[in-house]
Design a protein around this ligand. Sequence first.
Ligand code: NAP
Length: 262
Amino acid sequence: MELGIKNKVALIAGASQGIGRATALTFAAEGAHLALCARNRTALDAVADEARERFNVSVYVEPVDVEETDALQAFVSHAANELGRVDICVPNAGGPPAKPFLETTIEDWERAWHLNLRSAIVLAQAVLPGMVERRWGRIVTLTSYTVKQPVPELVLSNTIRAGILGLVRSLAGQFGKDGITVNNVGPGFTETARSRQLLEQRAQSRGLPFDQVRHELEREIPIGRMASPEEVAGTIVWLASELAASITGQTVLVDGGSYKGT
Ligand SMILES: NC(=O)c1ccc[n+]([C@@H]2O[C@H](COP(=O)([O-])OP(=O)(O)OC[C@H]3O[C@@H](n4cnc5c(N)ncnc54)[C@H](OP(=O)(O)O)[C@@H]3O)[C@@H](O)[C@H]2O)c1
């Protein structure tokens, strides 16, 4: 199937590992050029080298903390200068810590807002003017299935990421006529460092072995396992493709059926 994104420029934040890394490599496999950021330069360089070697695409990398607005805006501008433009944008970063509500501090809330919502707003504001000018663009945010079904220990994520849905639906309505789609992907438990850390925390708090907690979790997922980062990446890339040009303002869950609503 032709996705129609060969030679497009895809900017992916939080691209040094996990779902962001898999997304970068999946875009590269389709012939898209890449602009990648995260904080760890060495890990980013490894992703960039792999994309160049395997898929012969151009890659621009810059170590950036997405909580730093000036640096994030500068990254978009450098990426556009280096690669000609930004056609596709995937706002992403790590998730906020798992904590019971009464143990969260106001600093935790500030940090979660900066990490997961403010950074997406900054990126969208930076990439949209060029997309409007060229009358083509894709923004695909990466959140969590917790936007539809709260996970008890993830109150920071449940709350802050709900704001992304408002952003996505608002931008979809405003920029559809400019050839721009804006969608959101919500992974369920996915095989990455983030899920390992959450499960280790659960195992510790319940005094149980890690493998037992993991098996319990996987039994609850209708497909009987966590998703792979590549499965989440495939949905992001498909939403960015020409095949999905009529889909906008939507949240697509990649959660193995974990969400029980309609
Ligand atoms: N894995 C799951 O089970 C799961 C489930 C639902 C939702 N999600 C969400 O999906 C997103 C991606 O998850 P993941 O599992 O791929 O996470 P991950 O393995 O922890 O990777 C997070 C990525 O974001 C980067 N990052 C973290 N903080 C950053 C910052 N301040 N500035 C720039 N980059 C930053 C990290 O690189 P550096 O450390 O180098 O900066 C890394 O590349 C997260 O928001 C996560 O909460 C994950």
